[in-house]
Design a binder for this molecule. Structure first.
Ligand SMILES: CCCCCCCCCCCCCCCCCCCC(=O)SCCNC(=O)CCNC(=O)[C@H](O)C(C)(C)COP(=O)(O)OP(=O)(O)OC[C@H]1O[C@@H](n2cnc3c(N)ncnc32)[C@H](O)[C@@H]1OP(=O)(O)O
Length: 421
């Protein structure tokens, strides 16, 4: 008997939203395997599968039925998405063009055998990166190279600058999704994009200042200050922006470093050198992948203190989101040191939310965790850390927390989101 896959919302939703999957038309207690697959824009295949049993009425509801094994186990209504794994080694799940969705193919297969079985039902679920009506506007203003995303409704919105990690380019997926939640978000490129510097060796905060002023002057942006959202290298850039520039009200740092990283940062007559590293502390795992967790020197010792970002100069409120299994570097230590420095100077204690089992790449909800991939500054694959389920839960919570934080400090909805972890 053919089975019917029912999706709610039907056919499509935004990538950061859950989808409710049920299967109708099975026999009571029937053993089936559900399989999800997706092809990214470079043609790389991602797959996940899980074994289930239908209930006494021949229905399978992923919100009620635990998976009995496969890519994950237990009650995981979104497991088929967050547990997607690349076929290609060291491949990372990324979205390059936010104007097109990812199509997830779902199949219901007969039985629990590991080999392919008869297909009982099938559905395609499209997951969008632009909520209907969200406006996408490329920004080429002065030196600024960015993309601005505006919510569909007319009005003025809390403004956020989104700064990605090292590797450069212009990554829009976080900004486009966040604009769907009522923010005016500018994804900002800062190197390796169009006519911007090719490398990270020398950056000038004046560029970021120009971007901040551009966004603040947009009529759609509710002032008086902006939010900053930075991950990894983007995190230390946001700390520097908050410390040196005017017009910043709130900053969320996802697994950032409290010291300047990768290249020299200049602002007017001040310079922050990059934190130095010791290659002898780089480990190679049993799979032959590089683990750089311990490579960087401490920003509390010797000449490396010059790289410590003077966060005490910042006038804004901070939220640090930390993966406790970050293998890129010591994010918890850096967040605590930022907090210590702020408090030592009489500043407000920042909120630090730590996620056990979460790795370095804390992305929007349901992004499959990447085990290891090419690290632009290292030149070889590095492990990012994170246990898949804990990492997936952290991404859902972090997404809620950063929205609540920005709404609280930039306007819009009030309130604190209690962490579920
Ligand atoms: C034993 C060896 C020892 C080595 C020693 C080295 C010592 C150095 C000292 C180390 C000190 C440690 C210092 C730590 C400092 C860390 C500071 C930085 C912290 C961060 O910011 S980490 C965050 C990383 N960045 C991001 O998250 C942004 C996302 N972008 C990316 O990851 C990259 O841009 C990406 C996807 C790898 C490449 O994108 P792009 O440039 O657009 O891609 P191309 O098409 O041009 O391809 C280039 C290259 O990348 C491969 N590629 C493309 N897509 C992917 C993908 N989805 N997943 C994995 N790999 C991908 C592609 O195949 C190309 O590779 P080639 O080999 O073919 O050139």
């Amino acid at each position: 008997m053919p089975a019917t896959v029912i999706l709610e919302p039907a056919d499509r939703c935004c990538w950061d939203e859950p989808v409710h999957i049920t299967v109708h038309g099975l026999t009571p207690g029937q053993r089936v395997t559900l399989r999800a697959s997706l092809r990214d824009e470079k043609g790389a295949h991602f797959r996940a599968h899980a074994r289930y049993c239908a209930d006494g009425g021949g229905e399978l509801d992923l919100a009620r039925a635990p998976a009995l094994g496969g890519s994950f186990a237990g009650l995981e209504p979104m497991g088929l998405i967050w547990a997607l794994e690349p076929e290609k080694p060291f491949w990372r799940f990324l979205k390059r063009d936010v104007q097109t969705p990812f199509a997830v193919e779902l199949e219901v297969l007969e039985g629990h055998e590991p080999e392919p079985q008869r297909v009982l039902g099938r559905a395609v679920h499209e997951r969008d990166f632009l909520r209907p009506g969200v406006r996408r506007e490329p920004v080429r203003a002065g030196r600024v190279r960015a993309t601005l995303f505006l919510p569909p409704e007319p009005g003025r919105f809390p403004g956020v600058v989104d700064v990605s990690g090292a590797a450069g380019g212009l990554w829009e997926y976080r900004a486009s999704l966040l604009a769907g939640k009522g923010f005016a978000v500018m994804a900002l490129a800062y190197y390796n994009y169009e006519d911007l510097p090719k490398g990270i060796e020398t950056l000038h905060l004046e560029y970021f200042e120009e971007a901040v002023n551009y966004l603040l002057n947009r009529p759609e942006v509710k002032g008086p200050g902006l939010g900053l959202l930075g991950i990894s290298k983007g995190g230390d850039l946001c700390l520097s922006m908050a410390s040196f520039l005017k017009g910043i009200t709130a900053a969320t740092i996802i697994n950032g470093c409290v010291a300047n990283i990768g290249g020299v940062l200049h602002y007017k007559d001040e310079t922050l050198p990059p934190l130095s590293a010791n290659r002898n502390r780089i480990k190679v795992t049993k799979d032959g992948v590089v683990d750089i967790t311990d490579a960087l020197n401490s920003p509390l010792e010797g000449p490396d203190q010059k790289s410590f970002i003077p966060v005490e100069r910042a006038e804004c409120t901070f939220l640090f989101l930390v993966g406790l299994d970050d293998h890129n570097w010591k994010s918890e230590f850096y967040a605590n040191e930022a907090s210590n420095r702020l408090q030592a100077h009489g500043k407000e204690k920042p909120q630090i939310i730590c996620y056990p089992g979460a790795g370095h790449c804390i992305e929007p909800p349901y992004f499959p965790k990447c085990w290891a991939s090419l690290h632009a500054l290292v030149g070889s694959p590095v492990i990012w850390g994170g246990e898949p389920r804990a990492h997936a839960m952290a991404q859902v919570d972090a997404w809620k927390q950063l929205q609540a934080f920005f709404h609280k400090h930039l306007g819009g909805k009030e309130g604190k989101t209690p962490t579920k972890l």
